[in-house]
Design a protein around this ligand. Structure first.
Ligand SMILES: *Cc1c(COP(=O)(O)O)cnc(C)c1O
Length: 397
């Protein structure tokens, strides 16, 4: 946690009436982090931001000059992106697109549509016909495994995403034999989530390249764009052991030299790894108790604000910010050098953000600051369950 983040939380505590509950985003940290990532990609690569990880206006505005474009998974996301830029490149994907979404995306000038099935491809072709111009598409392919392991898998197993690799020849035939308002630019493969291993990720890109070259030859089109998806991970458990970007760059450069046709553009559409580290969720301890031998801290807030730990079933890292003074006329409860489970205000035992985490000291009235909360934090949470107030959102830097 930077000094500016800590100072702002302390300021909130001084200036606000009730207990602290806020998201803080360090925009300067976001800028330097993303600049570092783009600098560490080989020249043929373009970094897009998958906005579902965090689609706050200020975040998109900050990222706009730093990334090559944005990935949207709904027409709502396309609109959020267009609210920060009328003309930045957008790629639009996701299963179950409606005709309205397809037409809306064409009207919004999206650069590429990621098509998830033959039926969808036919509807895109019709929409292109109505619009009077071909629509640039990538076909999303669901590869047959085995794939390098990571935490969430979108491919290599039965999922609703993309076109089964075994069905692809039929789709390629349909493209070749007459879908003339579809302009096939290449392929889209987003197979994994939370990949932490740079070598495996480079191997995966090599596999994608090999597959995409074969499919392009089959359909008789030049491979112009290969979207290798997102899925680069964040290590929430061992914070100083993160995805090794310099190593990835070195491996990837070798892979591209050996296998990439000249002029091929490689798109990355990353979400988590881009915004995770710039965000913090800060929540004040309202109560401390011991139930059935376990120490609990109950915070102002919970998984309705920050569902990530519950959805990944992990114990999320946090730090205790000690806050003085104590306003009550009785002794201040505290736990020293012990293990604490952090729960929120919801009426469900699943409302837990961290389990058995060691703390030097925690007192009622201290503020717990959860780091790495900038991606899939607020955006995936069920905000209005129990009708508690929403946290404040603060941008610093
Ligand atoms: C969610 C998603 C991403 C971003 O994934 P991260 O793990 O956040 O990098 C990219 N592409 C598609 C198709 C997605 O569904």
């Amino acid at each position: 946690m930077s000094a500016v983040v800590e100072d702002n939380i302390r300021r909130l505590k001084r200036e606000r009436q009730g207990p602290v509950c806020a998201y803080l985003y360090d925009l300067q940290a976001l800028r330097s982090w993303v600049s570092g990532i783009t600098a560490s990609l080989p020249p043929a690569c373009r970094l897009y931001y998958a906005v579902k990880a965090n689609s706050e206006h200020r975040i998109l505005e900050t990222l706009r000059p730093l990334v090559s474009g944005f990935e949207a998974a709904s027409i709502g996301e396309v609109r959020r992106i267009r609210a920060v830029s009328r003309d930045c490149p957008i790629v639009f994907g996701g299963p179950g697109k409606t005709d309205e979404e397809i037409e809306g995306a064409i009207q919004a000038g999206v650069r590429l549509l990621h098509v998830e099935s033959l039926q969808e491809l036919r509807r895109v072709d019709l929409a292109g016909r109505r619009a009077g111009r071909p629509v640039a598409v990538l076909l999303r392919v669901n590869l047959r495994g085995p794939l390098p392991a990571a935490k969430l898998t979108m491919c290599g197993a039965p999922t609703q995403f993309g076109i089964d690799e075994e069905e692809l020849p039929a789709v390629l035939r349909a493209v070749r034999d007459g879908l003339d308002h579809v302009d096939l630019k290449g392929f889209h493969l987003h197979s994994l989530s939370n990949q932490l291993d740079a070598d495996r990720h480079a191997e995966l890109v090599a596999l994608y390249l090999h597959k995409a070259a074969g499919w392009s030859a089959e359909v008789g089109r030049r491979l112009e764009v290969l979207n290798v998806g997102g899925g680069i991970g964040v290590n929430y458990q061992a914070l100083d052991s993160q995805f090794d970007w310099p190593r990835f760059r070195a491996r990837l450069a070798r892979v591209l030299e050996a296998h990439a046709p000249p002029g091929l553009e490689i798109l990355f559409e990353c979400g988590r790894v881009i915004t995770a580290t710039c965000g913090y969720y800060a929540a004040e301890v309202l109560d401390l108790k011991r139930n059935h031998g376990t120490h609990f801290a109950v915070i102002r807030g919970g998984t309705h604000h920050f569902r990530l730990p519950a959805s990944w079933q992990h114990s999320h890292p946090f730090r205790v910010l000690d806050v003085d003074p104590w306003p009550y006329p009785f002794e201040r409860p505290e736990l020293t050098r012990g293990h604490i489970t952090v729960a929120g205000q919801l009426c469900t035992p699943k409302d837990v953000l961290a389990r058995d985490a060691y703390v030097e000291r925690v007192r009622i009235g201290d503020v717990l600051v959860f780091s790495h909360a900038g991606a899939y934090g607020w955006s995936i949470s069920h905000h209005d369950f129990l009708s508690h107030p929403h946290p404040e959102t603060l941008y610093v830097g």
